[in-house]
Ligand binder design. Structure first.
Ligand code: MSP
Length: 481
């Protein structure tokens, strides 16, 4: 039997501004999972991308004195370099301005919704928040302002095509309740079910083309309308695989088949992924994702990161100062993916010094100094030493618990060295001493293997040192004060 295909997606981010810690977080979670299933030899596809057809992106282009296309082109290059620094091994980077890969998919899906009788032109009067890129109901406004952006939304009166989302409330609720569409964690699933119990309203799926200055995907057979957000952005998950194109082998393998199809998102965009997107897929008679995992938000010092508060933590600064694996380590181990998490420069430095400089770094140099001094070559390394619980935890999105398992092993080895004193044993009983050191090296190799999805660079370095039977020339994680 061939291994079950695994498809994991990152949200497509708005390229109006630079990526920050929150984006780095979601993307790293996806990357860890993709590396995990590759380690398990499963066919894996990991998608990232940019959500380019948005008015805030067009506005950012104006501020940058660029035309929208060259602006988003430049931003995409920047994001790619950022991912390279974070060691994100994505398989494809989808861009919604891409007329050959993305547009055919979005238009094909639109046509399916029309065929299902679920698209209807209606007059629309309401409030539109550009920051959110979404229409707001009166109820959602606080003192007439968008609570997230603290700005007065635009008053809009226009014709829109609507998607009859309300029709699908019961079907989606049923799928979630029966576990056919898994929403993880449970708390978020309950929030979605509560939302569905209140009933879904039909949603606007287009804007008049002149209102968006022609930036976006034309509605099929009516270019006076441009697709608005949903039928554009959400479709990226299948257009990237070739949906709507002649060559759709990837779509067949990773979406239409029996594989896992996992969307990882922040809790802020869960409802779109747990309600609108499944409804679109049901209407178009396409398979649904198997899981939507929604993580919490990252704060700094207990508050939302904001330029005005001055508590924004720049991931690039941390990458420069501490390196890629240190940032990945912090995000994966120190943020509880089921809840909101916090990062400050102090908490980062503390974790780095305690767990990487002292914990892992020290252990590696102690063991490898002994090995290079007293063993003539690397000991024989058994195959497949990663415990099944480690993979189970990662597949259950318990990224921090999986990483705890590695650091538990580091503690066990530290205690063992303390207890058996190999550096003394080697003098009194050289044979036993060598056996003990070889045992430590073999255990360290398992640690190296387990680090593979989380800290890929360190995984490589450790395996190379062990194979060459060498101590690191310089500390892997120099202390920072
Ligand atoms: N373009 C839409 C998503 C469309 S997906 C079909 C969008 N883009 S966004 O640039 O605003 O990114 C939102 C996502 O960025 C969140 O869902 C989350 O993945 C990540 N984060 C942004 N800020 C975050 C935090 N402060 N903390 C954690 N993740 C955050 O919404």
């Amino acid at each position: 039997m061939s291994a079950r295909p695994f498809y994991v997606t990152d949200p497509i981010f708005y390229p109006n501004a630079d990526l920050h810690m929150g984006h780095a977080y979601t993307t790293t979670l996806c990357d860890v999972l993709a590396r995990t299933t590759r380690l398990e030899n499963r066919p894996t596809f990991f998608l990232v991308g940019n959500d380019e057809n948005a008015s805030k992106v067009a506005k950012a282009a104006i501020v940058a004195k660029a035309d929208p296309q060259s602006f988003v082109d430049a931003q995409a290059e920047k994001f790619k370099s950022f991912y390279a620094r974070l060691n994100i091994a994505y398989d494809d980077f989808i861009r919604t301005s891409d007329r050959t890969t993305h547009w055919p998919g979005a238009q094909a899906l639109w046509n399916s919704l029309v065929a299902a009788g679920d698209i209807e032109k209606r007059a629309y009067v309401g409030w539109y928040c550009v920051g959110c890129e979404s229409f707001k109901t009166e109820k959602e406004l606080v003192d007439g302002k968008c609570p997230d952006h603290n700005t007065v939304p635009d008053r809009i009166e226009e014709e829109n095509y609507f998607f009859k989302l309300s029709k699908y409330t019961v079907a989606i609720k049923d799928l979630i309740e029966r576990g056919r569409l898994l929403i993880v964690p449970e708390t978020r699933k309950n929030e979605v079910l509560a939302l569905l119990s209140r009933g879904l309203e039909d949603v606007s799926f287009s804007r008049p083309t002149e209102k968006v200055a022609g930036w976006g995907i034309p509605v099929p057979n009516d270019s006076s309308h441009t697709m608005y957000v949903w039928c554009d952005a959400l479709v990226n998950y299948i257009s990237a695989l070739g949906f709507g194109q002649a060559d759709n082998n990837r779509y067949q393998e990773f979406w239409a088949g029996t594989g896992e199809r996992i969307h990882i998102v922040g809790k802020d965009i869960l409802r779109f992924h747990a309600a609108i997107w499944p409804a679109m897929l049901i209407a178009a008679k396409l398979p649904l994702p198997t899981v939507v995992f929604a993580h919490g938000m990252i704060t700094s010092g207990g508050r939302k990161m904001s330029k005005t508060i001055g508590n924004v933590i720049d991931p690039v600064k941390l990458l420069d100062e501490y390196g890629t694996d240190a940032l990945r380590y912090f995000l994966i181990r120190k943020i509880n993916p089921f809840d909101d998490g916090d990062v400050t420069e102090d908490s980062f430095r503390e974790a780095y010094n305690a767990d990487l400089a002292n914990g892992l770094g020290n252990l590696v140099s102690r063991i490898m100094k002994l090995a290079s001094q007293y063993l003539t070559a690397a000991p024989a390394i058994p195959d497949n030493t990663i415990p099944a619980e480690f993979f189970d935890a990662l597949h259950a999105f318990q990224f921090n618990r999986a990483t705890d398992m590695i650091w538990d092993r580091i503690a066990v080895l530290d205690a063992r060295i303390q207890d058996r004193q190999p550096f003394k044993l080697i003098k009194t009983d050289p044979e036993k001493g060598r056996e003990e050191i070889a045992k430590l090296v073999v255990e360290l190799y398992t640690i190296a293997r387990m680090l593979n999805p989380i800290m890929p660079e360190t995984n490589e370095k450790l395996k190379a040192l062990i194979r060459a039977n060498q101590a690191p020339a310089a500390p892997l994680f120099p202390r920072k004060d």
